[in-house]
Design a protein around this ligand. Structure first.
Ligand code: KG4
Ligand code: ZN
Length: 330
């Protein structure tokens, strides 16, 4: 079955074609990073307008890349939430309109399920169950994944998401938007142990997390230091990243012990973080569990994971018709 997928929940327009038998046939992505850079964050109205501009050219590029005609599609999947309402409506509208015209079905995909299943893009026979550590700009959750559609929330952040903490800390250190990847780049140049930041909730028995205090700890440190040299900035980035990675690692290992699963999927935008990936790999060797990660290009938002999640949820396909989006679902 051939599924066309649309992702437009935030600042990336992603389109992809996934074949249930042959896997990912094509994907195309446009990131709005440059569009929002001057504002230091995503401007929802600009995001929606840009999705409108990009979605059809990307779709045509995808069809051409896959060598597939519209009439060959079996279903259309799209992100229906969570995300920015206007941005979500663009993907939803184009998916519904195309499906209506082509007389094929639509599949509503939860953006988080897209991330959860993203390791299957490169390894379709990834075995269940596994614990997923979902770390993105909007969410930080530990989830027991027993199979497609069988998800149990084990713990989550009580305030900022890990990616949000990266971005906000980068901003207060004066780094350009989007800050997460840039902070990680500077952390590589930092001296380990020059500064030490707290590891919030690391010793708590539960699997919830909290990252907003960490950002405040960085702010306090910056104020104490006065003018920051380039090296100090890198050292602070190193200390911040080390603290976040430690907390995520401890909580992930705790979740594996609690569930007695022996595999961990690291997904969502922050899963692109090299230090986090390395730390998890080392722990995996030490404790004897498997680590599944999507290829780097599918860590951050993309259409491929939505087309894949659609293909795995074909039983939920329904006729095109009246629709709504869900900006705030989990
Ligand atoms: O999954 P995603 O693309 O969008 C959401 O669903 O939120 O994740 C975006 C988040 C941003 O906060 C971004 O700063 C963070 O992922 N991110 C990183 C890295 N690359 C992206 N954070 C830390 N290190 C990175 N290398
Ligand atoms: Zn995402």
């Amino acid at each position: 079955m051939l599924v066309l997928g649309f992702e437009s929940s935030c600042d990336e327009t992603g389109v992809a074609i996934y074949d249930s038998e042959r896997g990912l046939l094509a994907h195309a992505l446009h990131t709005q990073m440059a569009l929002h850079a001057d504002y230091g964050g995503v401007v929802p109205e600009l995001a929606s307008r840009d999705h409108i501009r990009r979605v059809l050219p990307l779709t045509m590029a995808c069809l051409a890349q896959a060598g597939v005609g519209l009439s060959q599609l079996d279903a259309i999947a799209y992100t229906y939430g969570p995300g920015l309402s206007g941005a979500l409506l663009v993907g939803a509208s184009i998916a519904q309109a195309l499906a209506f015209g082509l007389k094929i079905k639509v599949i509503e995909v939860n953006h988080l399920e897209g991330h959860l299943l993203s390791p299957l893009l490169s390894a379709p026979s990834t075995p269940f169950p596994f614990v997923a550590l979902l770390v993105s700009g909007g969410h930080t959750q530990l989830i027991a994944v027993q199979g497609v559609g069988d998800y149990t929330l084990l713990g989550e952040t009580l305030d900022d998401a890990a990616g949000e903490a990266f971005d906000k800390t980068a901003k207060l250190l004066g780094l350009p938007y989007p800050g997460g990847a840039e902070l990680a780049r500077l952390a590589r140049l930092g001296v380990a142990g020059r500064f030490v930041l707290p590891r919030p909730m690391i010793d708590a028995a539960h699997l919830d997390m909290s990252f907003s205090g960490l950002k405040t700890a960085v702010l306090t440190l910056v104020k104490q230091q006065g003018a920051l040299s380039e090296q100090m900035r890198c050292d602070i980035c190193h200390a911040f990243q080390a603290a976040i990675v430690d907390v995520l690692l401890y909580k992930a290992i705790k979740a594996l012990k609690q569930t007695q699963f022996n595999a961990l999927a690291l997904v969502g935008g922050v899963s692109a973080n090299e230090q986090l990936r390395t730390a998890l790999q080392l722990a995996a060797t030490e404790y004897g569990f498997a680590v599944y990660t999507p290829p780097l290009e599918f860590c951050t938002d993309n259409g491929a994971m939505i087309a894949l999640a659609g293909a795995m949820n074909l039983s939920h396909a329904k006729p095109a018709g009246a629709f709504s989006v869900r900006p705030t679902i989990r």
